[in-house]
Design a protein around this ligand. Structure first.
Ligand code: PEP
Length: 252
């Protein structure tokens, strides 16, 4: 059985003082040994601070993006190798904000996924349709296109130690959450697409739901057979909310 994972995405938020207060509050409630994995993906400048506070705890950490390059003349980039040096386990790849605001393509997201895996990180590969795409009945074709970019770049075996996050763009930061049934349907479609290439890889692949996950809706979402936890934006900045979401992942 797949175990659950709850990952916070702090986005472009944080301060040295605020991070410390938030993480100390999380550490009071999330024990070292815990059956549902928990992580925070923070802005890269804070990784050293986060590492110092979380090392040896039950909370892992990661970044929100990485370069497709390992090193060289690429001003402003941060490589997977650097993230590993800072103790990261996870990195978010292809988040819809990177795709829509920064113009990342399916191909670039797939290249970043490969770079993350080559560095030894666990990439969290985000996919999801916009509201217009859903209303046009294109949810499945969009997900297929995004997942196929990854399958073409790396093959199904590349998903063996990765994570996929289904994040319908219309639900991110909007307060509008997919229903548990909508999330499960999309997750089942993604799993099926990968199963067509490699059944065993698809069966063990964690697929997280992201999009306005809150304490109030987490349990219902996480109870669905294809939902293996959550990628949590806004609610991960509030200790009590994030802990409650993580607790919802403890109950199968
Ligand atoms: C996200 O940023 O990945 C996300 C799901 O954000 P929110 O939970 O705020 O919708």
């Amino acid at each position: 059985m797949r175990s659950k994972i709850v990952v916070g995405n702090w986005k472009l938020n944080g301060s040295l003082a605020g991070n410390e207060a938030l993480l100390k509050a999380l550490l009071r409630d999330i024990p070292r040994e815990n059956p549902a994995a928990c992580a925070v993906c923070v802005p890269s400048p804070y990784l050293a601070q986060v590492r110092a506070l979380l090392e040896g705890s039950g909370i892992a950490w990661g970044a929100q993006d990485l370069s497709r390059f390992d090193q060289g003349a690429y001003t402003g980039e941060v490589s997977g190798r650097m993230l590993v040096e800072l103790g990261c386990r996870y990195v978010i790849v292809g988040h819809s904000e990177r795709r829509t605001i920064f113009g990342e393509t399916d191909a670039l997201a797939a290249q970043k996924y490969v770079a993350a895996r080559n560095a030894g990180l666990t990439p969290i590969f985000c996919v999801g349709e916009t509201l217009q795409e859903r209303e046009r009945g294109e949810m499945q074709s969009v997900l297929a296109r995004q997942v196929d970019a990854l399958l073409h770049a790396y093959g199904a075996v590349g998903l063996e130690r990765g994570i996929v996050a289904y994040e319908p763009v219309w639900a991110i930061g909007t307060g509008r959450t997919a229903t548990a049934a909508q999330a499960d349907e999309a997750h089942a479609f993604i799993r099926g697409r990968i199963a067509a290439k490699d059944e065993a890889v698809a069966r063990q692949l964690p697929i997280l739901y992201g999009g306005s996950v809150k304490a109030a809706n987490a349990a219902e979402l996480f109870a669905m057979p294809n939902v293996d936890g959550g990628l949590v934006g806004g609610a991960s900045l509030v200790a009590q909310e994030f802990v409650a979401i993580w607790r919802a992942a403890l109950v199968r």
